[in-house]
Design a protein around this ligand. Structure first.
Ligand code: IMP
Length: 193
């Protein structure tokens, strides 16, 4: 059994990661107290590295960080690493996005969520990185109440639903975070357990 600290103080992230993790060999926990390093990187990966190294400095143990966001093709991958800073509230973020895509037809509304994950050891050395994605389309209006962030406008054609209309159990099998975390856990089991 190995214990990995998630580089966040957000319990929601721990909950989601625990829901995805089906291994008995790997246990996750979060940093106690506040944790808010400046995300000054120019990519998801750079920001995840900043968070992972900072967390390892504090905890001196294995740390896993992720950085994620929404990339819309016709907006040249915006909001991208600025997804959480795109507008002040989540409602305004969605309104702004729908407004930017107002006259864009369905076939040109392609987008993906990306998640970059970085695992470091207690000395802050990078052991493994992993990217995960989920592809979809930006819907014409917000639908559903599950999930968070841009989930109400992220439409998955395979299910004919937005992520916010899908139960957590489905989101946790198809999400960018699951697509990064599952191979990351596999790597941990093969190399550290
Ligand atoms: P973080 O790096 O996980 O904190 O995510 C940055 C921002 O990307 C969040 O504030 C959300 O706006 C957006 N985001 C990341 N993951 C998701 C998701 O699973 N659903 C919807 N929005 C997400």
């Amino acid at each position: 059994m190995i214990k990995i600290i998630i580089a966040t103080s957000n319990p929601h992230k721990l909950e989601e990661i625990n829901a995805i993790n089906s291994s008995n060999d790997v246990e996750f926990d979060v940093i106690k107290g506040s944790f808010n390093p400046d995300e000054t990187g120019k990519s998801f990966l750079e920001n995840a590295i900043i968070k992972a190294k900072e967390a390892s400095k504090i905890t001196k143990s294995y740390c896993l960080a992720d950085d994620s966001g929404l990339c819309v093709d016709i907006l040249d991958s915006r909001p991208g690493i600025y997804s959480s800073r795109y507008a002040p509230t989540q409602k305004e973020k969605i309104e702004k996005l729908l407004n930017e895509l107002k006259n864009i037809p369905k076939e040109k509304r392609t987008a993906h969520f990306t998640c970059s994950m970085v695992l470091v050891n207690g000395e802050g050395e990078i052991l493994h990185t992993q990217e995960g994605r989920v592809e979809g389309l930006i819907d014409f209006e917000a639908k559903g109440t599950n999930g968070f962030g841009y989930d109400p406008v992220f439409y998955i054609p395979q299910y004919n639903k937005t992520i916010a209309e899908l139960p957590d159990t489905v989101k946790n099998t198809i999400s960018h975070r699951a697509n990064a975390l599952n191979p990351m856990i596999q790597w941990i089991k093969e190399n550290l357990v």
